[in-house]
Design a protein around this ligand. Structure first.
Ligand code: PRP
Ligand code: URA
Length: 209
């Protein structure tokens, strides 16, 4: 069974509450998502391996730790994933980026793919897939199916909010992919929205409807 980590840091919970509030502006929502991404990035990368390199500080030589292995890949599920992506790149600017363009058909709740572009060498890299919302999990499951087809075999999924139904479906589909989220809410409504949730993440980020 996949591991599910709820990041219950007080700053994450505080910022998430402001994001949920329907009075929060588009600009505020985007800024908070980027800030929360910093804190979530810290958790999802907590156990990355280090290796030592030789450097010279102004005071003399030192063997100092640095990230081991190939550059990470952040895979953003468009559009809303880009809000988390920006914050992740603030902390790991050298990461490579994959874009997976998917939207949810409002009737069927099935993902419709419109774009895919990923760096090469996925089989040798840790791939962190980001999307603020895990509702039915159809989008995350499809994005990860595609990344696995392209060779990814070491994947983590990072979101802001999850529905219990989505967590169950996702862990069944991809039991090898650990999930990191700031909260698991009550349920999905009949339209496939997370309740109490925060509404449509893409619309709130970009001021669309
Ligand atoms: C939202 C969200 C996820 C998806 C989650 O995207 O960002 O990608 O819905 O729902 P699911 O778990 O039921 O698949 P949406 O399809 O609204 O596209 P957008 O980001 O372009 O607004
Ligand atoms: N996508 C969203 O943006 N919000 C939800 O609650 C569910 C899917």
């Amino acid at each position: 069974m996949a591991q599910v980590t709820v990041v219950d840091h007080p700053l994450v919970q505080h910022k998430l509450t402001i994001m949920r509030d329907k009075e929060t502006s588009t600009a505020g929502f985007r800024r908070l998502l980027r800030e929360i991404a910093h804190l979530l990035c810290y958790e999802v990368t907590r156990d990355l391996e280090l290796t030592n390199i030789d450097i010279e500080t102004p005071m003399g030589p030192m063997s100092a730790p640095t990230l081991k292995g190939k550059k990470l890949v952040f895979a953003s599920i468009l559009r809303a994933g880009n809000g988390l992506l920006e914050g992740m790149l603030d902390l790991v600017p050298a990461a490579r980026v994959a874009h997976v363009g998917l939207y949810r058909d409002h009737e069927t709740l099935q993902p419709v793919e419109y774009y895919f572009k990923a760096p090469g060498g996925l089989e040798d890299r840790l791939v962190i897939v980001v999307d603020p919302m895990l509702a039915t999990a159809n989008s995350a499951t499809a994005a990860i199916d595609k990344l696995k087809e392209r060779g990814a075999n070491n994947i983590r999924f990072l979101c802001l909010l999850a529905a219990p139904e989505g967590v169950e479906a996702f862990t069944r589909a991809h039991p090898d992919v650990p999930v990191f989220t700031a909260a698991i809410d009550s349920h999905l409504n009949e339209m496939g929205y997370i309740v109490p949730g925060l509404g449509d993440a893409g619309d709130r980020m970009y001021g669309t409807r």
